[in-house]
Structures are given as C-alpha cells and as structure tokens.
Design a protein around this ligand. Structure first.
Ligand SMILES: C[C@H](O)[C@H](O)[C@H]1CNC2=NC(N)=NC(=O)C2=N1
Length: 99
C-alpha cells in the first residue's frame, strides 16, 4: 500500500472533532485510552485490534495498564497523521468487548 498523504493541522482538527475520546498527543500522534472491564477483557480487545491493524497494514502503539488500553496512532511512513490513522481510530472504536 502506498504511503498516505500527511494531513495538515486543520485537516487533523476537523477529523478529530468527529471522533469520540481521541486526542492530539503531539503534532504527529493521536491517542485514546479505553477502559475495559478487567485485564483479560483488555487483552482480548488488544487481540481484536491486532486483527484490524493487520487488515489495514497499519499498526498502533499499544499500552496495557491493568484494564486500561492506550492506543497511539501515527503514520511513520508519512511522518505525521494520515487518513489511515483516522480510519484505524473509527475501526478500533467499533471493536466490541467479549460478550
Ligand atoms: C511497508 C509497510 O506498508 C509499512 O511498514 C507500514 C506498516 N505499518 C505501519 N504502521 C504505522 N502506524 N505507520 C506506518 O507507516 C506503517 N507502515
């Protein structure tokens, strides 16, 4: 997949406004912390996120702290934020916890 185009600060601001709970960490990274029910649910969430990441060939930084999962998205190939980061964010928000 060709590297996506780096978005301008204004484009990032508009896209960020359409998301829930995602914040700008620095000029090239967006971040969100998900609160899961418990540690094993958090790990299961990460497993599902990994499947999405593989399908998009776009891989997040992930931190697991007990039941909190922090995700950071950036497009290294473009040196900033691209549509791929926002597509990933929407898909991660749609990853459901185990029933
Ligand atoms: C060659 C391959 O497409 C690249 O290395 C992909 C893999 N996953 C990636 N993930 C992220 N977050 N940024 C990238 O630039 C990136 N590039």
């Amino acid at each position: 997949m060709a590297a996506a185009n780096k978005l301008s600060y204004d484009q990032v601001a508009v896209k960020l406004a359409g998301l829930n709970g995602w914040n700008l960490r620095d000029e090239r990274t967006i971040e969100k912390t998900y609160e899961c029910r418990d540690f094993k649910t958090a790990i299961d969430f990460v497993r599902r996120v990994a499947d999405v990441a593989e399908s998009l060939n776009h891989h997040p930084f992930i931190k697991v702290d007990d039941r909190r999962v922090t995700m950071q998205l950036s497009t290294h190939d473009a040196g900033g934020l691209t549509d791929l980061d926002f597509t990933s964010a929407v898909q991660y928000d749609g990853v459901l916890p185990v029933a």
